[in-house]
Structures are given as structure tokens and as C-alpha cells.
Ligand binder design. Structure first.
Ligand code: SAM
Ligand code: SF4
Length: 529
């Protein structure tokens, strides 16, 4: 369907004439999308938030036929690429796909900007400061583009899905050759081809909800832990959030495709997977032909011989009994649950359109703790939502204490153009918001430190990921509950799950001593004693 849409739009674009002169005479503030239309010479459809808001009941198509055009197959030989990723795990994983596609085209990865022939900024639109950082980076790249005119600079990800961002880049940042959206990653070879041979900036952003593209190559970061997308998009429309507009509608991958991918990862020796989705536990709700939900997928994951399975991010509203029952079985399903609450006030939650109350959230927590007594909970919280009162903020503080979150991602509300909250009047001054964030962080730090204390003297399992960033003599890894552990040991145990005795608990990490002793037998085999 998208391919069809692309072809139709492509036919349309040649028939459209725009009065370039009159549009150029207007000041930027008065320009409309029409005025920018002449830039969209290679655009199949300008991004449009209002269209993205509409959810059509069209079938989602799953495509299994990804190929790179012959003429692009080795275009990257002796050339380098660099992808800079901003934002969430979903973006990290999209970057792995882009890297996989570029490597199939012959490009090699580099970390040096000066060595790159293709630079892609994979962007995040969730808060204003994330966007500002990207525009800063685009500005820095201007000098390099002047020095190296053949360099291809691309902007991808959630920012590209916003019309205002695309217009701003087209108007002010001529050094950007290519803008493409979250639904267009599979078209990267063709887009690079157009950018190489076209004189104009290339823009391809589909507002449509998106199909599913299987079999895209992936260059995964490391060989110990892997991300696995299980669904895409979001239909929740929280009033503060841009994601439903940038990521399209909720659509689940077929179970057999996920199971096959995880089996392959297990066979390749990966030790941990994280199932990914904007609302990972809404998985399966869009299937019309099968009754197969997130709980069923968890049960199937539990049958695969991979030591650790995590998931990010579940929505409280969709946390059903089937999922809780599956998690309660344990096995490779870890008992760390990241459950974003956003606010402890039912009134703020109502205005956020979260579709649950404080009481419903607490009831869900009770249910989870009853079924999984050792469950660890962490969360996301927004402070300073428009007109949040002191009392409503205090409700967030008491909820954090009552649940006993062991850590939290905390944010000051950031207005996002095109979202309902952005036009709400806001009487909360920024210094009050900052003060609330500070108090909340103090509480979260205190709870994190307390949770760490309980490990002192205990022996816990750690998946060893590599050398610590601060000291190459020290190894670093994660516990089942996602706590960082630093300890000394031989490099040969990187990638293994080992036992570590905790000697010192800090606020955000644990220090320990290796209990499992590893004797190297030869290069490939190790014996644990
Ligand atoms: N889908 C998940 C959920 O609803 O729980 C979260 C995904 S969202 C990409 C990650 C987090 O960013 C949210 O949980 C929220 O706390 C934060 N966030 C989203 N929009 C925001 C905004 N406009 N201002 C501040 N924080 C925001
Ligand atoms: Fe954003 Fe809400 Fe969707 Fe999470 S559930 S991605 S916060 S709209």
C-alpha cells in the first residue's frame, strides 16, 4: 500500500507548479507548506501531523521482500558512514537497521566525522532540548560539507516526521542532503541514490501509519544483548506526547517472525534480549485473525533457550492478567518491570489522557507484587505538566514512596507543537518546575541508594558486558534487575553470566568480587569452577 502511495505521489509531484518567486518574497513567518512545495521535488508526500492523527482501519501489510538495487549494492565500497543516535531504544535499534543496510551497500562504520562519506542524525522529538541538540549538530556539520561537497548528510527519525522541522531544515540548512522519516528506513539505498544524483534536497517522509518491513539487515551493537522490536507505533495519544504522530499506529509483528528472530539470536550466542515497543504490552491487540497477546508472546519467549528476556516499555493500561501470569512463571523472564506512571495525581493523569487513575495504577502494582513478590519497579515521571498544583505534585511524591520505585527517568514537561497540551494555558513558572524536579530526584536517589544497600554481602548473577568505562582493569555488567555491577576479573568472562559477591553499594551501582573462578583452557573453551 505504501509503495502504491509513493508511486501515486510521485506521479502527482510532476504535475504541480508553484509560484517560486512570490513564495520566496514572503518572510519565513508567513510561509505555508505550499510555499515550500517546490523544495519537495523528490518528496512523495510532505509530512503532516493532522493526517498522522487519523487512524485508518486499513490492513497493515508485512513486507518480506527487502532488496538493495543492483546499482547500489557496492556503492559504499571504500567509503565510511557515521550514525549519531538521539533518544530512546527504538531509535537505537532503528540505527542498527540503518547501519545494517549501509554495510550491505559496502560502507564501513567510522566514529570520526571527518572520515565519513555518509552522516545520518537519527533524531528524537520527545522534548525540545533533544531537538535543539540536533539543530546544533546540523549547524556544526556545515563547515565539513563545504570542505567535502560529496558528503551526504541525512536527518532521520522522529524530528523528520514533523512538518515544521522539515520546513526549517529546507529553509535554513542547505547542507542537509536527505531527510527521511521513521516509516522510510527500508528505502535508504534508493534515498542515498537520489541524494547522490539529485541537485535538490531529498525528502521522503510518509505520514501514513506504516507497514511492517521484515528481513531488514541489522548491524547490532555488540554480541551479548540485542533489541527485538515486537510492535511499532502508538495509539494512546497522551496529550503531551508527539510519538503517536511520529511513529504511526500500533502494529504488531507476527509472532512467528519474532520467535524466529529470537531463536536466531540465541543460536548466535546472545545472552539477553529486550522486546521493544512504544507500548510493548499492547502487542497483539491489532491482530484480527489470532488471539495472541503480549502474555502469549512472553510464554513463547520463555521456551527459547536464551538466558534473559526483558521488555520496554509497558503501558499500565494494557498490563493484563495474561501478561502478569506469564511473568510470574519466571524462567528467563526477568522480574524488573519499568512501568511509566507519569504522575501520581488522578486529575493530572486525566488531563494527560493516560486513561488510568492513581488508584488503578496502585492496584496494578499490588497485583504485580502479589504474583511476582520480588518484582522491582522503575518508572517515568513528568513534573510541571500545565497547571500542576503543589498538592498534585505532592501526590506524585507520595506515590513514588508508596510504590518504592528503585529508579526513575524524570522530566520537566516540554510543550510539543501539535499536541493538545501545547495549547493548554500553563501557570506553573519554570523555577517551580525545576524545584519540583530537584525534590523528586532527591527522593528517587534516596530510594535507589536504599535498594542498593540490600545487596551488600549477597551473591548475585551478573551478565558481564565489558570493561568499565572509567577503569579498563575493572569489568562491568548488569544484574537481572538491571543494576550495574563493577568488579575485577579476567576479560575472558565478557559475555558470560557469572556470580559476584557485592562488597559495596553506591547510589546507582554496586561494587563486588567475582565468585565464579574462570580458568582458560584454550582460546575458545572455558571451565567454571
Ligand atoms: N510509551 C511509554 C509510556 O507511555 O509509558 C513511554 C514512551 S516515551 C517515548 C518516554 C517518556 O518520555 C515518557 O514516558 C514520558 O515520561 C516522557 N515524555 C514524553 N513526552 C514528553 C514531553 N512532552 N515532555 C516531557 N517528557 C515527555
Ligand atoms: Fe507517548 Fe503516551 Fe504513546 Fe507513551 S503511550 S508513546 S507517552 S502517547
Amino acid at each position: 500500500m505504501n509503495e502504491q502511495q509513493r508511486k501515486e505521489q510521485s506521479k502527482l509531484r510532476t504535475g504541480k507548479s508553484v509560484d517560486k518567486k512570490s513564495s520566496q518574497d514572503k518572510p519565513l513567518s508567513e510561509k505555508t507548506t505550499e510555499d515550500f512545495a517546490h523544495y519537495f521535488q523528490t518528496t512523495y508526500q510532505p509530512p503532516n501531523i493532522n493526517k498522522a492523527r487519523k487512524r485508518y482501519r486499513e490492513d497493515i501489510e508485512v513486507h518480506y521482500d527487502f532488496t538493495i538495487p543492483d546499482e547500489m549494492n557496492s556503492i559504499g565500497v571504500d567509503k565510511n558512514f557515521l550514525i549519531r543516535t538521539y533518544g530512546c531504544q527504538m531509535n537505537e535499534h532503528d540505527s542498527e537497521t540503518m547501519a545494517g543496510i549501509l554495510m550491505q551497500m559496502g560502507y564501513k562504520a567510522t566514529t570520526e566525522v571527518e572520515e565519513a562519506d555518509v552522516i545520518i542524525l537519527n533524531t528524537c522529538a520527545i522534548r525540545e532540548n533533544a531537538e535543539n541538540r540536533v539543530f546544533g549538530e546540523i549547524g556544526h556539520l556545515k563547515a565539513l560539507k563545504v570542505e567535502k561537497p560529496d558528503l551526504i548528510i541525512g536527518v532521520a527519525g522522529c524530528m523528520s516526521q514533523q512538518e515544521t522541522v522539515v520546513n526549517r531544515i529546507l529553509e535554513k540548512h542547505q547542507q542537509v542532503d536527505l531527510i527521511f522519516g521513521t516509516h522510510n528506513i527500508h528505502r535508504l539505498p534508493q534515498l542515498i541514490q537520489e541524494a547522490m544524483f539529485s541537485k535538490a534536497q531529498v525528502v521522503e517522509v510518509w505520514s501514513k501509519e506504516g507497514d511492517i518491513y521484515e528481513n531488514l539487515p541489522k548491524a547490532r551493537h555488540g554480541n551479548i544483548k540485542a533489541w527485538v522490536n515486537i510492535m511499532y507505533g502508538c495509539d494512546k495519544f497522551c496529550t503531551y506526547c508527539i510519538v503517536p504522530m511520529t511513529r504511526g499506529k500500533e502494529r504488531s509483528r507476527r509472532p512467528e517472525d519474532i520467535i524466529q528472530e529470537v531463536r536466531q539470536l540465541a543460536a548466535q550466542g546472545y545472552k539477553e534480549i529486550t522486546l521493544l515497543g512504544q507500548n510493548v504490552n499492547s502487542y497483539g491487540k491489532d491482530f484480527e485473525d489470532i488471539d495472541y497477546l503480549f502474555g502469549d508472546l512472553l510464554n513463547d519467549m520463555n521456551k527459547i533457550d536464551i538466558p534473559r528476556v526483558r521488555f520496554m516499555t509497558p503501558h499500565p493500561r494494557d498490563f493484563d492478567d495474561r501478561a502478569i501470569a506469564a511473568l510470574a512463571k519466571g524462567g528467563n523472564l526477568l522480574d524488573h518491570i519499568h512501568l511509566p506512571v507519569q504522575s501520581g495525581s488522578s486529575e493530572i493523569l486525566r488531563r494527560m489522557n493516560r486513561k488510568y487513575t492513581r488508584e488503578a495504577y496502585l492496584e496494578l502494582v499490588r497485583k504485580i507484587k502479589k504474583a511476582i513478590p520480588n518484582a522491582t519497579l522503575t518508572t517515568d515521571i513528568i513534573v510541571g505538566f500545565p497547571n500542576e498544583t503543589d498538592e498534585q505534585f505532592e501526590e506524585t511524591m507520595t506515590l513514588v514512596e508508596e510504590v518504592g520505585f528503585e529508579s526513575a527517568y524524570t522530566f520537566i514537561y516540554s510543550p510539543r507543537e501539535g499536541t493538545p497540551a501545547a495549547v493548554m494555558e500553563d501557570n506553573v513558572p519554570m523555577d517551580v518546575k525545576k524545584e519540583r524536579l530537584y525534590r523528586l530526584n532527591e527522593l528517587v536517589n534516596q530510594q535507589s541508594a536504599q535498594s542498593m544497600q540490600q545487596y551488600e554481602g549477597n551473591i548475585i548473577k551478573v551478565l558481564v558486558e565489558g570493561e568499565s568505562k572509567r577503569d579498563s582493569e575493572v569489568l562491568s555488567g548488569y544484574t537481572e534487575k538491571n543494576k550495574v555491577v563493577n568488579f575485577k576479573g579476567p576479560k575472558s568472562i565478557i559475555g558470560e553470566i557469572v556470580e559476584v559477591k557485592i562488597t559495596d553499594a553506591k547510589t546507582w551501582s554496586l561494587d563486588g568480587e567475582l565468585v565464579t573462578k574462570t580458568t582458560e583452557v584454550n582460546e575458545n573453551a572455558k571451565i567454571h569452577t
